[in-house]
Each structure stands twice: as structure tokens, then as C-alpha cells.
Design a protein around this ligand. Structure first.
Ligand code: FAD
Length: 402
């Protein structure tokens, strides 16, 4: 019977194990991960959990006894150190070796480090794991000041949660706007204003040059004082194991539409992959999102159990900050222009990115109808009339109907 070994017991790995059983796989499944906790969701670590609105139970993907009940051997605290693709065997840090017939690499991504003086200070915080989040939570007492280095989603969410807990927050961004790499200017401006309105100091074009005991030193000489410093400057694919197996890696492990790597017995899923996006002409991208982890878990489980490949999905993502629900579908990769619908000042609007008369991406702020319709139109390749799209008096249903 085919033995499936999954390395990385996070969102993608945990989901793949469950799906394999759901799809009828009867052989052994070993799910090995280096963290001590069973597979859990990371999104609440910067949101509900950080604010104390969700407990550990609520974070878990599935109850702890699910794995034993479904014949899934869960090896926690197990760090895989090398893959021997020829021998179909994985070595772990404790010296044990696990063989496989099919291997799924779901090792995720790790917080990027800055190569700056003081960047090795033990009191610097990052936010990737439950253990990281526990340290951050302990630092967020009322009146204490948190400096967040990096104005990306995780940093902004942490700043919003800090404010909810009564802590002060300052966000320090090197680029001239927050979310510069991942969002439109309209969205960046909106979130900058929203955070400032909630008492967060947002510094842009501000380059950190050193981490000091009392805070963060900027290139212009200013010291930004802080009781705690969170470094949130993105995440890099954990592709070392894949590289040890001789798999093709670029900005992550190169996979095809079925999540298969350059080795026919090895799949890779989730944050670690450099994957083609069918909705965007097969362009490759590294998607760091839960929907992507779920989609690729389905692809690998279907391929291993001999089921038809699932239909390609439109990439999507969400972020919660204060009372704002941001939902993004598609990628603005080939976009030529943007269409604004709604009013940023009213915190309810959507930015549509168009290539010709096709929507390729929608950024929706407190605008679920725009998100849902936009996502559908991206998936179906529905042509759109930009003028009607910009007019909130025309319903999204009518816009989609043409
Ligand atoms: P992970 O969930 O990171 O799991 C990878 C696992 O592999 C880890 O447990 C790691 O320890 C383990 N591992 C790595 N190397 C080894 C090894 N050699 N041996 C054994 N185990 C190993 N996405 C959204 O869509 N919406 C959000 O709002 C959102 N918010 C987020 C907030 C935070 C704070 C963070 C950190 C992420 C957020 N994300 C969000 C991203 C989302 O959580 C990830 O895209 C998702 O977890 C990816 O799943 P994964 O299984 O690929 O990686």
C-alpha cells in the first residue's frame, strides 16, 4: 500500500493528510512537523487570538484526536533534515529515517531576517508561529509601545491588535507607502489613514539602520523609542529540504498545476511553492495564503489518490484590521488600469484592476458583493464595462450580466 509522508504539519500539510483519507487513501500516512502543536491556523495569531478573542482550541485545524482516529501518524517536534529522493527516504534531526512512496513537502515559509546591527537581539519579535505570537502578546500591555518594522499585512494587523489591547503602536515602512509590494495606492492610502485615525503612528520612507536596547534607529538618525519591536518584513520559502532532494527551486519549490515537483514521487504545497496560476496565463507566483494552501492540498491529495484534478481556483486572500474586512481576489500582474467603486472615506469601496476589459484583481474593503462578483468574473473571464463598474448605482449582478 502506498505510504504517504507529509513534511510540515501546518495549514497545507494538515489539510492534505485529512483529504487523503477523505479521498479514500487506505495506506499509511505520516504527518511530521517541527512545531510542538498539532496543525493550527496562523491568521488569528495577528488578529482574534492576539486580541484574546480566541483560544488554542479555536486555532486548531482539527481536534487533536482527529489524526489518531483517522489512522494518521502525527509526529510533532520532528524536524526533517534531508531527503534522499533516490532511496525515497527522509532523515530527521533525531537520526530517525522515514521512507515513503509519495512525499508531500509542506514546509511553509519563515519570517525574513534583516541583516542589520542589533538584528540578532534576543528581544526582537517576529510573528510566524504560535510561540512567536505568545511572546508578542506578552509584550502588548496597555500603555506599552510596540514598534513594527515593515508595513505589510502581518505588521499592520499586529498594530491594529496592539491598539485594541491599549498598547501604543508605530509602524515603520521603508517604502513610500505601506503594503507597497502587495496592494494598490488607494488601498495603501486607505489603511494609512485608518491606522492614523486609530492612533497608530505610521512612518513611511523610513529606513531602519540599527536595533538598539531602547528602540529602533532610522537612517536619518532618529531613534524611535519602543518597549518591544516586531520585525515583519515578509517571509521566505522554506525550500532547503526540497533543494536537498535535488528538486528544481526558484522563488520556492517549482510545481505544476497538480502540485507535483520535478520528482514524480514528490509534491509540494502551500507557501513553499513557486506555482503556476492558470487564471493568469500560467504565470508563476508564490502565494502566501490559506486558500492557496487548501487548493494545493486538494491538488496533491487528488493526484495521489488517482482522482481527477480539481478545477483551478482564483487566488484570494483576506485581512482583518479594526472593523475593516479586506478581501482580495486575483493578482494585479497584467493590469493596465484601475477602477474605483465606492468611497474610501466611508470605508466601503473596491479597487478593480483591469487588463483590457477583463478584471484580473479586485481589492474589496467592507465590500463583500464586489469581492464575490469580482472573483467570479475573474474566474469566468467575463468582460466588463468600466463605467458601469465604477457606478455603485449599478448592482454588481447587473455589471456581471453585461
Ligand atoms: P505553514 O502553515 O507555515 O506550515 C508549515 C509548517 O512546516 C510549519 O509548522 C513549520 O514548522 C513546518 N516545517 C518547516 N520546515 C520543516 C522541516 N524541515 N521539518 C518539519 N517541519 C517543518 N493567510 C490568509 O489567507 N489570510 C490571512 O489573514 C493570513 N494571516 C496570517 C497571519 C499571520 C500572523 C501569518 C504568519 C500568516 C497569515 N496568513 C494568512 C498566511 C497563512 O497562514 C499561510 O499562507 C499558511 O499558513 C500556509 O500554510 P503552509 O502549510 O504552507 O505553511
Amino acid at each position: 500500500m502506498t505510504k504517504v509522508l507529509i513534511i510540515g504539519a501546518g495549514h497545507a500539510g494538515g489539510t492534505a493528510a485529512a483529504l487523503l483519507r477523505q479521498y479514500g487513501h487506505e495506506g499509511p500516512i505520516v504527518l511530521a512537523g517541527e512545531e510542538p502543536a498539532p496543525p493550527y491556523q496562523r491568521p488569528p495569531l495577528s488578529k482574534a487570538w492576539l486580541k484574546g478573542e480566541a483560544d488554542l482550541e479555536a486555532l486548531l485545524l482539527r481536534p487533536e484526536n482527529f489524526y489518531a482516529e483517522h489512522g494518521i501518524e502525527l509526529r510533532l517536534g520532528a524536524t526533517a533534515t534531508a531527503v534522499d529522493a533516490a532511496a525515497k527516504a527522509v532523515t530527521f534531526a533525531d537520526g530517525t529515517v522515514e521512507t515513503y512512496d509519495a512525499l508531500i513537502l509542506a514546509t511553509g515559509s519563515a519570517a525574513r531576517k534583516l541583516n542589520l546591527p542589533g538584528a540578532d537581539r534576543p528581544d526582537l519579535l517576529e510573528l510566524r508561529t504560535l510561540a512567536d505570537a505568545e511572546k508578542l502578546k506578552a509584550a502588548l500591555e496597555p500603555g506599552r509601545r510596540l514598534a513594527v518594522v515593515g508595513g505589510g499585512y502581518v505588521g499592520l494587523e499586529a498594530a491594529a491588535s496592539a491598539r485594541a489591547l491599549g498598547a501604543e503602536a508605530v509602524v515603520i515602512e521603508r517604502m513610500d507607502r505601506v503594503l507597497a509590494r502587495v496592494a494598490s495606492e488607494t488601498l495603501s492610502d486607505f489603511f494609512t489613514r485608518y491606522h492614523r485615525d486609530h492612533g497608530v503612528e505610521v512612518l513611511t520612507s523610513a529606513e531602519v539602520t540599527e536595533f538598539e536596547a531602547s528602540g529602533v534607529r532610522l537612517a536619518d538618525g532618529r531613534l524611535i523609542e519602543a518597549d518591544a519591536v516586531l520585525v515583519g518584513v515578509g517571509a521566505a520559502a522554506c525550500e532547503q529540504l526540497a533543494a536537498s532532494a535535488g528538486l528544481t527551486c526558484e522563488n520556492g519549490v517549482v510545481v505544476d498545476e497538480t502540485a507535483r515537483t520535478s520528482d514524480t514521487a514528490i509534491w509540494a504545497i502551500g507557501d513553499v511553492t513557486w506555482r503556476p496560476i492558470p487564471m493568469h496565463g500560467g504565470l508563476r507566483h508564490r502565494l502566501e495564503s490559506v486558500p492557496n494552501a487548501l487548493e494545493q492540498a486538494k491538488q496533491a491529495a487528488a493526484a495521489i489518490t488517482g482522482r481527477p484534478a480539481p478545477a483551478p481556483e482564483v487566488p484570494w486572500f483576506w485581512s482583518d484590521q479594526y472593523d475593516v474586512k479586506l478581501q482580495i481576489a486575483g493578482l494585479p500582474l497584467q493590469a493596465e488600469r484601475q477602477v474605483l467603486r465606492g468611497d474610501p472615506a466611508a470605508a466601503a469601496f473596491a479597487v478593480f484592476h483591469l487588463a483590457g476589459d477583463l478584471i484580473v484583481c479586485v481589492e474589496a474593503v467592507n465590500a463583500p458583493a464586489e469581492f464575490m462578483a469580482g472573483r467570479q468574473m475573474i474566474g469566468r473571464g467575463t468582460p466588463v464595462d468600466a463605467e458601469r463598474l465604477a457606478n455603485p448605482a449599478v448592482t454588481m449582478k447587473a455589471v456581471a450580466a453585461g
